[in-house]
Structure formats: structure tokens, C-alpha cells
Design a protein around this ligand. Sequence first.
Ligand code: 13P
Length: 255
Amino acid sequence: MRKPIIGGNWKMNRGTPEECRNMLKKLIPLVKGINAVDIVIATPFTALTSAYEMLKNTYIKLGAQNMYFEEKGAFTGEISPNFLKTIGVEYVILGHSERRNIFNESDGLTNKKLKKALYMDLNPIVCIGEHLEEREAGDTQQIIKFQMNETFKDLTREQILKVVIAYEPIWAIGTGKTATPEQAEEVHIFIREFLSQKYDKETANLIRIQYGGSIKPTNAKDLFKKENIDGGLVGGASLDANSFFQIIKAAFKSD
Ligand code: 13P
């Protein structure tokens, strides 16, 4: 059985220590004692140390939203995975579509970051997903396959087992247009099938695949009920403690 994982990707919000603390003050009591679902909060870099202080005695794991693939040197504006490790970060989101589309990050770059994150013992959450035009042209599977081939290039079985994959259709991110549970499940099955062919069935069945894109308390349950959807990566709705809590509760498969 795969343990569901719910990530809150705060994006460029709640990034001052005070905003971060106020948000976590509301969330921590709500999710107290929940251990059946992995909960990850990815704050902006500027709030990570404040978040760490508040989360260190809870089950909530701390995540970053990006990192560079070198540990130190002349890389103005970049963040070393070593800095993240040192301040208590456990997860890192890589290859988010906003990184890819706004900052032109490629599959190749994401692959380098991924290998480095694994080397540094950070848990990567790697995002993949298609544009609306690609879906409408019937190219979703081809795009997903290409992204996985490039992004997971040269990863061993041991390495891929540490990766959480987030399927985030770009047309569903921040648009209010969620993929239907059936649309999402179809791609999740395709991803698992790809992993099964590249590695083996057992490996594929152990890897967690999150859905992301306009998840809300009202649609979370139906998405998470699907066999191959192992939780979600939540943007907008993670900025409200109560909404995020409702989404976490929806990930208990037995309900
Ligand atoms: P929204 O939940 O705001 O659509 O964002 C999804 C996302 O990009 C999470 O990484």
C-alpha cells in the first residue's frame, strides 16, 4: 500500500516569517496526530527557517520549491541543496510547470537537479504535465512519456523509488479547471505503466503519484478515491488552513 502524500505548494505567497507563522499556527492544531497521510509544506525560501521551527515537533514535513544542482560557487541567485539540508528541509519540488514555462527550465536541467537532490538525500517531488493544446491534439501520453524519459534519465531503481511524481496538467493549474478523476486516473495509469516497463511492476506499484491542479475540498475526495492517485500537490487551496485540512482528510483512502 502506498501512503498518500499531500503537498502544500505555497508558491510565492506567505513568504515572510510572520505570514508563514500565522498560517502554520492555524494549520498545525488541525492536523495534529495525522500520520496516515504524509503532509509536506513547501514555503518560499525566505520562510523556511521560520517554518522549520514551527514544524520540527510535528508530523508535517518541510519542503522547498526549487534548488540548484551545484552545492556552492558562483551561481548568483541560486539555492544550494546543501543549504536546504542544513536548515532542515526534507522535500524539494522540482520541474514545476511554472519553473519550466516562466523560467525556461528544461527536462535536462530538472534531471540534473533530481540526481543532485537524490544524492543529497532530499526527497524530490517531480512535476510533469501537458499544456491544453497538447491535450486537445491528443498528445498527452506522448508528452508525458517524453518528459519522463528525459527527466528520469539514468535513474536506478533505488533512485526512482525515492521520487514522488506529481502529475499536474498545466491547463488545470490555478485555473479552477480540475481534471476529472477519470482524466487524471488515465494519465496516472499511463505513468505507472511507463515505470513498469522501464523498471518493473513491483517498483511501479511502490511509487507515489500525486495529482495537482485546482484541487479543492469539494473535488479532492473523488480524485483521491482513484486507485492510482496517491494524494495531491495543492497550490491555491493550501493557503487556507481549513481548506488544506479538508483536502488532507479526503486522502484517507478508507473513508
Ligand atoms: P493550484 O492548486 O492553485 O491549481 O496549483 C497547483 C499547483 O501548481 C501545485 O504545485
